[in-house]
Design a protein around this ligand. Sequence first.
Ligand code: ADP
Ligand code: MG
Ligand code: ZN
Length: 499
Amino acid sequence: MADSPLSSKNSAAAKRPVVIGLEVHIQLNTKTKLFCPCSTDYIGRTPNTNVCPICLAVPGTLPLLNDLAVALGSRMGLGLHCEIQNYSNFHRKNYFYPDLSKAYQITQYGLTIAVGGYIDIEPEGRPKRVRVHHLHLEEDAGKLVHPTADGRLTGAAYSLVDYNRGGVPLSEIVSEPDMSSPAEARDYVIRLRQLARYLDVSDGEMESGSLRVDANISLSNPDGSLGTRVEIKNMNSLKSLERALEYEISRQNKVLDSGGRIVQETRLWDDAEEVTRSMRSKETASDYRYYPEMDLAPIVITDEQIEDFKRAMPELPWEKRERFAREFGLSGEEVAILTEQKELARYYEETIAAGAPPARAANWVRMEVLRVLNETGTSISDFPLGPSVLAELVKKVESKELSSTIAKDILDTLSREDITLDEAVKRSGASAVRLTGCLLDEVVDRICAANPGVVETIKSGRDKKGGKMKFLQGLVMKETRGQADPSEAAGSLSKKLGA
Ligand code: ADP
Ligand code: MG
Ligand code: ZN
């Protein structure tokens, strides 16, 4: 704690509780934009090719609502335990910026599709419930590009605008100010992202901008009332979210310690300098002149539709965690790792369905499969070794046909090369010597015959500390190139030598 910006020698600072509320934008996984048929696939596209008169705001065109965006937004709302509203509408949020073709953004305001939910978080093992104020739908803006002759993206003399992203559907999830540390904020985002991915609502990638976080942070007054908040934007990783919040806590404490006041403003996180900088004083709702979007009918979601959405909900992350612990008898840590991505959880369950024992399969997936995925930068969906093959491999270890060392090598081979399990086993040489039962006894006989002195010491009971026995065991393992099971080798030796 000594070098953390949170710690302060000033005792007043230590008494100011931190209050954080997050606004998280999640890009909805639709093929087309929110109000027009343009593709949402904007990453890496030639600028201004995914556009049409509607998203370019040519006068006379009318927006047409994408039903899938409404369904996905509702799904996310249900995942957050929100109440889905039968009736909501769109507003125009007016402001001028070159990336906003219409000079207003179509967003929901006041009446939104989902209200009043929560998500349970557990940073560093401390459970906490964070309430969700509401979830609303809105369209994304385009992007400004600042080119320079040498290709750098800063210091340009002029800006260009790319509208490919303009009109892509977003859901914005606004939390209550319930978080009290950067670690809680981080865990909240991790769990929202996991939920969005479980629900196939979004890929939730922060780096590509599918998930964006604006953080509101204040330090409470001595009487416990909420302090003035600052909104921080421009954080594009979990790490920058935490750093920005830590920086802001220390900055606000310093301002208050020196008798100053916090001004309500929007600040930008500078990832390179690791500071937040004032961007503009906070605008209020009236600055935006919100008014109803008369070109769009209200969103009506019937009770029957809400029931359909509920029926279509898949197993949620916390439900899966609870079931894995109960059905497979796994520890909390094992469960957390195996259910982190639903694709990995499915892989694990299919390995079990193919006959691998749950506890052993959990170890293999956790220790070996994840290791190879990390080393090769592959996702589980692209992992060439299918769950049924892993199950066969695990069963071979279980039946002692393969030592776990060799089985791990085989797993590596199979993840690199397109060969069958049988071929890989053959190539490993493991099948040439079946190192259990009689074959293992044969090796033991040979080792004993070659070391009569040692054998004599053991037989006459002079190997008090068991060192000679260990020595022979080592020779057996060496001779079998690790293909024997160590405990079986020991068993075979003691049987032969009566020790
Ligand atoms: P606005 O509409 O002006 O953005 P809201 O009241 O909707 O303001 O709040 C936006 C976000 O700011 C919410 O996530 C909320 O939890 C958070 N927030 C509100 N007050 C505070 C505060 N005093 N400290 C930290 N966060 C706050
Ligand atoms: Mg806001
Ligand atoms: Zn369009």
